[in-house]
Design a protein around this ligand. Structure first.
Ligand code: DC
Length: 654
């Protein structure tokens, strides 16, 4: 399957338990400290993701012994403050948690290094950290733009000045990097923070991690931090990495919106990660939150039913998890305002701009400014629009938008961006969420699919998708635009832009009633041809999936069970003898006042069956898990009753 997008069905509910991957922030700090320490460290529950892979690669390049063991255990052989490799080039992707601290450490360690990343990394500022390091005598030059990576580092000419000032209002990672590097100097050094220090909880993680490796930083509030003389790192032996509290936020929000209870394991409220305070924001929105030893759980307000309410919150203490609140806000009563989030603008992407753009695709109002975002839920009687969400190479955008699936079918483009912190996010997500149910009814032309599927939908009170109509509409619209079937890209563009409204038995194309026009034999033949074009099928895929709205969908076609809704709860393959199908079609056409011959119809049906089942993409076929229903000798009532019987036999989940 292509990894270019993932389509999420609209969800009915969410509950269950998720074991969290290790924290990115803790993993990368622990790896670097273990590398700098004297002695070997066994790191347990390390996060395996793009960002930690960048750090592991860099450490190997620097000559640090880095060995994987069983079950996410890693053995790091510390170099006691002196990297064996004194000259190298490091590539750090878009991993800020690797780039910033390594810059500080290498600038003070002594050696010749070049440090680069992806294009976005070269747009993320690092000047404040470089300025601070230069006060200590570091020799760092910019290889591209002043104040930004890539960087060239040469051995420092260490200066006697032992008080360094550092701006704290752009990224807390600068202070983190500097503090982690200072023990290399061996003399007492004080950092004075200029301006308001942002994202303070991340500095807490840094101090706690350093303490674990034997270095205790003295501090005066958030203004002055002093690293004592002779404070080299020593391995504590074994270090456990907590589950990632930012990753927890998606599942806790999922439980709060989707009913719950949803439990995350691997982190408790006593965590050293500031993002556990996301739970306070969720509780302020009305969610029920509970926790225990190494787990946290969230449910909707009032025993799994009530509705969340919008809040206004200063999010400086939870900059990452706050993004989760922006999509949770879609399900609250009243707007939600997230304040003091200017740091979003210098993260993996400009997160304020990206969130506003993508939220608006869902049809909601969003106000955004330099350091805030305000999200309005859909108005009374309004629903979120199905949309294709772009993710800007930003894992958190991909993950927090998955929550919108509780309000609409959704496409998430480039979902592999989650690899930065949570490579199997969507698999875990699928395990704890329940999609709107689908009954897929595939089969040969004129086998009675449409009639039976419509009646089943009526009996259940569910929505109905006549997918064949979309191919017929495409054929009609392409014909009218003078685009031939051999022009695959042209027909696909028509399919992508169809302006169609389904309303009961009526189908309008660009405002014109076409429900009869698309049933002609000429369009039947043309539809079968356009349906064989892969680009046309791709263009219609999400449009079909967008029909999956509560309480359920009955979909008929050729590839409903195999391609469009492979997770359908009930799959049926309908057929009938060619003679019976020709006779039924003949009757239909005569009733509509159209001329027809049974012999010609039989021939057409055989040809279409042949083309539909022989084409290279999504050929008509009975899925292995589909029930076969031959309607040659069945009345419509009996066939409908049989399908409903199969539906009722499916065990109800969730
Ligand atoms: O079901 P129908 O006869 O209205 O379908 C019209 C054509 O569209 C038919 O030749 C097969 C094609 N089709 C398809 O390829 N995939 C679907 N899911 C539905 C129809």
């Amino acid at each position: 399957m292509s990894a270019d997008f993932i389509d999420l069905p609209q969800l009915l509910s969410a509950r269950g338990t998720v074991r969290l991957p290790g924290s990115k922030s803790i993993s990368n700090r622990v790896l670097l400290l273990a590398a700098l320490a004297a002695g070997e460290t066994e790191v347990r529950d390390l996060l395996l993701s793009d960002d930690t892979a960048r750090m592991l690669d860099a450490l190997r390049t620097l000559g640090v012994g880095v060995e994987p063991g069983a079950g996410n255990r890693w053995c790091i052989s510390g170099v006691a403050g002196r990297f064996p490799v004194r000259a190298s080039e490091l590539f750090l992707g878009n991993a800020g948690t690797a780039f910033r601290p390594l810059t500080a450490v290498l600038a003070l360690a002594g050696g010749h290094y070049r440090m680069a990343g992806v294009a976005r990394m070269h747009e993320r500022p690092i000047g404040d950290l470089v300025d601070a390091l230069r006060q200590l005598g570091a020799d760092i030059s910019y290889l591209g733009n002043e104040g930004f990576p890539p960087l060239a580092i040469r051995p420092p000419a260490l200066l006697p000045g032992r008080v360094v000032s550092l701006r704290g209002d752009v990224s807390s990672q600068f202070l983190t990097g500097l503090l982690m590097a200072l023990p290399l100097l061996g003399v007492e050094t004080t950092v004075e923070v200029i301006g308001e220090l942002i994202s303070k909880p991340y500095v807490e993680i840094t101090l706690a991690s350093m303490a674990r490796f034997g270095v205790h930083v003295r501090r005066d509030g958030w203004r002055r931090f002093t690293v004592p003389a002779d404070s080299g790192y020593r391995s504590p032996g074994v270090v456990h990495v907590e589950g990632d509290a930012s990753s927890a936020s998606y599942f806790l929000a999922l439980g709060a919106i989707g009913g719950g209870p949803l439990r995350v394991e691997g982190v408790g409220l006593d965590s050293i990660q500031g993002d556990v305070r996301f739970t306070e924001a969720l509780a302020a929105m009305g969610a029920q939150v509970s926790s225990g030893d190494n787990w946290i759980e969230a449910s909707a307000p009032v025993a799994g039913t009530g509705t969340l309410r919008g809040i206004s919150l200063d999010c400086n203490h939870i900059p990452d998890a706050a993004m989760t609140l922006a999509t949770t806000a879609l399900f609250a009563v009243g707007p939600t305002t997230l304040r003091n989030i200017a740091s979003w603008r210098v993260k993996e992407t400009d997160r304020i701009a990206a969130m506003a753009t993508e939220l608006r695709k869902l049809g909601v109002r969003v106000d955004a400014g330099d350091d805030f975002i305000r999200v309005y839920p859909p108005g009374a009687g309004q629903f979120l629009h199905p949309a294709a969400i772009d993710t800007y190479d930003d894992h958190r955008i991909a993950m927090c938008f998955s929550l919108a699936a509780l309000g609409t079918p959704l496409r998430i483009n480039d979902p592999q961006s989650v690899g930065k912190t949570f490579p199997d996010y969507f698999a875990r997500f699928a395990e704890v969420s329940r999609g709107v149910p689908v009954i897929a009814i595939d089969g040969t032309s004129a086998s009675g699919k449409g009639t039976i599927a419509t009646r089943v939908a009526q009996a259940l009170g569910w929505h109905y998708l006549d997918s064949g109509a979309l191919y017929r509409l495409t054929a009609l619209a392409a014909g009218r635009a003078g685009i031939g079937v051999d022009d695959e890209a042209g027909v696909a563009a028509v399919a992508a832009d169809l302006d169609v409204v389904f309303s009961g038995a009526s189908i309008t194309l660009s405002g014109e009633e076409v429900s009869d026009a698309i049933r002609s034999e000429e369009i039947s033949a043309a539809a079968s041809r356009v349906a064989a074009l892969p680009a046309v099928r791709a263009a219609l895929l999400f449009r079909q999936r967008a029909f999956r709205r509560p309480p359920g969908l009955v979909a008929d076609g050729r590839d409903m069970a195999s391609v469009v809704f492979p997770d359908a709860l009930t799959k049926v393959f309908l057929t009938a003898s060619v003679e019976m199908r020709a006779w039924r079609r003949h009757k239909q056409l005569i009733e509509k006042g159209m001329a027809a011959s049974i012999a010609a119809l039989s021939l057409d049906l055989r040809e279409r069956d042949e083309r539909d089942s022989q084409r290279s993409v999504a050929p008509m076929q009975q899925s292995a898990d589909a029930e076969l229903l031959d309607t040659t000798n069945l009345t419509i009532e009996t066939a409908v009753a049989q399908v409903l019987d199969w539906v009722n036999k499916v065990p109800k989940v969730g």
